[in-house]
Write a new protein. Structure first.
Length: 418
């Protein structure tokens, strides 16, 4: 990873699960922040060495030093100080906090932290007050932070409440320009799935327009996440989705995704299009796939919507994407091939793009609210509309390669205004 000019800013990371740890990896490699303060919120193992052990090793991406510098590199962690909770990781000072999980109690001000990335997945409601008993994302602001980036979509519990004026959802390369540093304090980076989906949809909207897209359906074949169980276990009280308590090691598990709602926030044109999003969890550690099915209305004249046409749209979009978030390939990949692929929001697998055009026959007599006088004036009350169904596949590394790297870009872009 290319390092950047040292900003002198400190970064706070709240949570040290999959996204939290890999976010630390990203910024240790990037070296934009002078110091990183990670809140774990509880005691870990028997000493700071156990945190270092967890930090340095990863079952999906290997050793940190190998990930950054190759297999001949040596350990990058030294200068551990149990008393202060600090260690040096490749020249970057990292401090670990192990006393509180409530954002309001983290005292970012005393640590000199103005920007926090919350990766816990717990504090997603920007309408809750900072002193909410179970903790709130606004607690970070009361604790001294000026900006908070949430590594998940917002979830407002009270459906009657509107999104606060100081909160916004962005996806890099799609609508990151709507961020207003004077107004926005809480920024959702959406999800890995929404990020991939947005970069699949946007080139089609740009090329075809929203009126040509009659409907769309997305299914993500998604790698396992930390919310799932290794072995079957009883659900907690009040849980309604019993499938998440089944073993991810042994099952394909149907679940839900908020990608459709989040997509409408970052691409407003999608509000005009009927859209369904579904998710299936599969027993792999990382590397996911979106299968996008769209019904497109053909023009009576002009170039027909074909496989070649759609692939050309993505090829050109990938060429024009100066940030490199959209990749296109004609190769035949499997999920393991795209793990760790840097800053790839999506990798379009053009080899399996499919289209099928057929005429949709509509009997106007059966269309509600059409006046009889109008129908009697027509020579033919049966019309035929050419519709093309297109199937497009987009890979994404739902952890480091796609989401965390793009989250890192969002973090640095916000820090540039501070």
């Amino acid at each position: 990873m290319e390092t950047e000019k040292h900003s002198g800013l400190k970064l706070g990371i709240n949570g040290f699960g999959r996204i939290g740890k890999l976010t630390l990896w990203h910024h240790v490699g990037r070296k934009y922040f002078s110091e990183i303060i990670v809140n774990i919120g509880r005691a870990v193992g028997t000493s700071l060495k156990d945190i270092g052990h967890y930090t340095e090793r990863d079952s999906t991406y290997g050793l940190l030093h190998g990930f950054l510098y190759g297999q001949t590199a040596k350990s990058l962690i030294d200068d551990m100080d149990e008393k202060t909770g600090t260690m040096n990781i490749d020249g970057v000072k990292v401090r670990f906090l192990r006393s509180s999980r409530n954002p309001a109690e983290l005292n970012w001000k005393n640590h000199g932290v103005k920007l926090v990335v919350d990766t816990t997945g717990k504090f997603l409601d920007p309408t809750l007050p900072p002193d909410y008993p179970q903790g709130s994302v606004r607690g970070h602001l009361d604790a001294g932070a000026e900006k908070v980036i949430v590594s998940a979509p917002f979830k407002i519990k009270d459906k009657g409440k509107a999104m606060p004026d100081d909160s916004v959802t962005t996806v890099m390369g799609i609508n990151d320009n709507v961020y207003d540093p004077r107004r926005h304090k809480i920024i959702s980076n959406a999800s890995c799935t929404t990020t991939c989906l947005a970069h699949m949809i946007k080139p089609l909207l740009n090329a075809l327009g929203s009126k040509k897209i009659l409907s769309a359906h997305m299914a993500t074949v998604h790698a396992a996440t930390g919310s799932q169980q290794v072995l079957d276990r009883l659900p907690k009280s009040g849980v309604t989705d019993l499938r998440k308590n089944r073993s991810i090691m042994n099952n394909i598990i149907l679940t839900s995704t908020g990608a459709a709602n989040a997509l409408r926030l970052v691409i407003p044109e999608m509000k005009e299009i009927g859209f369904i999003a579904e998710s299936v969890r599969v027993p792999i550690s990382s590397g996911s796939l979106i299968i996008l099915v769209m019904n497109l209305q053909e023009e009576l004249s002009g170039e027909p919507i074909s496989r070649e046409m759609l692939n050309d749209i993505f090829r050109q979009a990938a060429t024009d994407d100066i940030k490199g978030y959209l990749h296109y390939t004609d190769e035949q990949n499997v999920s393991g091939d795209i793990i760790g692929m840097p800053r790839a929001a999506t990798i379009i697998e053009g080899h399996v793009t499919h289209t099928r055009t057929a005429e949709q026959i509509i009997d106007l007599k059966k269309v509600p609210r059409l006046e009889k006088e109008f129908l009697s004036s027509l020579k033919d009350v049966v019309i035929r509309i050419p519709i093309t169904q297109a199937v497009i596949y987009g890979w994404y590394d739902n952890e480091q390669g796609s989401y965390v790297n793009i989250l890192g870009d969002r973090t640095v872009s916000i820090a540039e205004y501070m």
